[in-house]
Design a protein around this ligand. Structure first.
Ligand code: GAR
Length: 188
């Protein structure tokens, strides 16, 4: 079975749906959850599911290759789920075309640096978009610019605020991201 590592910075609702789907479907095993925040709730979710956890500070993540790459030994693919730091080149080089990200909009709309979480949904709301959704894409050296693998959209014209849009998009993320990951890792 293929092994994945999840990188996440926040609540980790996607990370949890990814871990659960892997267990239920046997499409992959989640071996590690890595976070840049020691208080991130994603770590608690990983603990509950008996998944190894690693917290890295900025210096370790960007300078201590040995430390990070040794934690990733045996991992086939990395999936980002609300991870807010740019992936350094040495990780991209060690996992060529093996890093996925999820973004809570229909890229190329509402992507780029500073566009994450509620910032995205606020911008979508301000632009009075009628549809929004999620994008799964490959990670390269720029924020939100890698090849798009999958998108799902839904009508959000009836949502009154950015929170409502965020909730609607999150439902799509939970529904599709784990399946896309399963297909991706099994095509490697
Ligand atoms: C998700 O909506 C994800 O698409 C987004 O952060 C949220 C994390 O939620 N990612 C980005 O905005 C990346 N640019 P979660 O911690 O509950 O999974």
């Amino acid at each position: 079975m293929k092994s994945i590592a999840i990188f996440a910075s926040g609540s980790g609702s996607n990370a949890e749906s990814i871990i659960q789907y892997g267990k239920l479907s046997s499409a992959y095993a989640t071996k590690l959850v890595m976070s840049n925040k020691s208080k991130a709730y994603v770590l608690e979710r990983a603990r509950k599911h008996n998944v190894d956890r690693l917290v890295v500070n900025r210096e370790q993540f960007y300078e201590d290759r040995e430390h990070v790459l040794s934690a990733l030994e045996g991992i086939d693919a990395i999936v980002l789920a609300g991870f807010l730091w740019l992936i350094p080149n040495y990780i991209i080089a060690a996992f060529p075309n093996r890093i996925l990200n999820i973004h809570p909009s229909l890229l190329p709309k509402f992507g780029g640096k500073g566009m994450y979480g509620q910032h995205v949904h606020k911008a979508v709301h301000l632009a009075e978009e009628k549809y929004s959704g999620m994008t799964v894409h490959m990670v390269n050296r720029e924020y939100d610019k890698g090849k798009v693998l999958f998108q799902a959209s839904r009508y959000i014209g009836d949502q009154e605020d950015p929170q409502g849009i965020g909730k609607a998009v999150l439902e799509l993320e939970h529904k599709y991201y784990p399946k896309v990951i399963g297909q991706f890792v099994n095509s490697l």
